[in-house]
Write a protein that binds this ligand. Sequence first.
Ligand SMILES: [Zn+2]
Length: 188
Amino acid sequence: MLLIHAGLLAAIKPNRAFNIMAVLEILEFPDPRLRTQARPITEVTDNTRKLIDDMFETMYAAPGIGLAATQVNVHQRLLVIDVSDNHKEPRVFINPEVTVLDKELGDYDEGCLSVPGFYETVHRPRRIKVSALDREGVSFTEELDGLLAICLQHEIDHLDGKLFVDYLSPLKRQRIRKKLEKSQRQRA
Ligand SMILES: [Zn+2]
């Protein structure tokens, strides 16, 4: 047993040796902390980058394609996204500001790590322009469409205390809330 255990440790060490990351707890609907309005980040520091690394670790472990700081109970305007299927396109958006380029709405079946197990159709603008800071604090502006545009709007909603269930009918939202509260009670 000891030998096997040591072998396992050796196997995971190369990834972990230089940067110890942590999987953070993700808040779940209807936790009221998810309704917090996040504050802009005034300075991108090593602490910000540590949080970014932990958020990627948490998102990949879940697994998910986007995570807002609000979801890990940090109320700063920061979100991470990776819509690739092999963790190859990590994207960081700090203090993101969005302009809608095309009023035409697209519909996607959205899910959310804070609303686990539920997927519902949400309508959002297909094409947007975003201005934000990257993990080094350097500003950039980019036009986005497709899944990345949808995901970014979903994550920015989190920073404003909003969830995708808010776009659904009150009846549907209530049904999801009841089911999640029940599973949260069973886990407690
Ligand atoms: Zn979400």
